[in-house]
Design a protein around this ligand. Structure first.
Ligand SMILES: [Zn+2]
Length: 255
């Protein structure tokens, strides 16, 4: 059994064939999927999908790419919904946008505060911004938890994230030829700190690069981690699934 801890099934890319996408995932052993919100409409759609399908869970947050038009005002009401298991995706992206760093940091801090108040874990996006995100989280060490999703930094930063009480989310890039930094991270970081995800429809793993990503492909991420760690696929799937169940308190799913 595998859990895809990060998929944007609420995006239009999945409007036409969501049922088949879920069926293919289920056949591959994917028994739980977190549908990730990024702003109010996508948060509401994630929750709607999670209510309609047993295997889906939702997150609600404001993504750093949306902070110019979205606020966190609507979030609090959504976080008490039954199948909302995390706050996010939130964080800082200083790759795509650097002219609004202050507002990105403000909106991220508001969501960290919500995590502290509600006890919900954070799903964090960082790009060219690990240190700044770390600085925002440090005052909350021991009070908030979560995952650094689509982790793209090095072992040193991974260890800092783990010291903060966070998991490391790995997806398609671990299968890419030029991913030596991630492969070294996988060698050095204990499986107990890792989650697997797809970031569908993005970050498609080998051998499907160039196509739309979907949760069934998370098996390729699991396989690659198993190969690098010289473990069985079963072992990697079992431990990372249990990590996800524990972090997101996924009731009804047993590891
Ligand atoms: Zn995402």
């Amino acid at each position: 059994m595998i859990i895809d801890t990060h998929a944007h099934l609420n995006m239009d890319e999945f409007n036409d064939d969501l049922d088949q996408v879920l069926e293919r995932a289920f056949e591959q052993g994917v028994k739980g999927i977190l549908v990730i919100g990024m702003d109010e409409p996508s948060n509401l759609k994630a929750i709607r999908l999670a209510k309609a399908h047993d295997m889906l869970y939702a997150t609600a947050g404001v993504h750093p790419g949306f902070v110019d038009h979205a606020t966190t005002d609507h979030l609090k009401a959504l976080l008490s919904e039954n199948k909302v298991v995390a706050i996010g995706e939130c964080g800082l992206d200083f790759y795509w946008q650097t002219d609004n760093k202050d507002i990105q940091i403000k909106v991220f801090k508001e969501q960290i505060e919500l995590a502290a108040q509600t006890g919900l874990p954070l799903v964090i996006h960082t790009r060219n911004s690990f240190q700044e995100a770390y600085d925002c989280l440090l005052p909350y060490q021991g009070k908030v938890t979560g995952v650094f999703h689509c982790f793209s930094s090095d072992v040193t930063d991974a260890k800092k994230a783990i010291d903060l009480g966070f998991k490391i989310g790995l997806d398609g890039p671990v299968t890419y030829k030029n991913s030596q930094i991630l492969q070294k991270l996988i060698q050095e970081i204990d499986l107990s700190h890792l989650l697997v995800e797809t970031d569908s429809p993005y970050m498609t793993p080998v051998p499907y690069r160039g196509k739309r990503n979907e949760p069934s492909y998370v098996t390729h991420v699991v396989k690659k981690i198993a190969e690098i760690k010289a473990m069985t696929v079963h072992e990697v799937a079992t431990v990372t699934t249990q990590n996800a169940i524990d972090l997101f308190k996924l009731g009804g799913l047993k590891g």
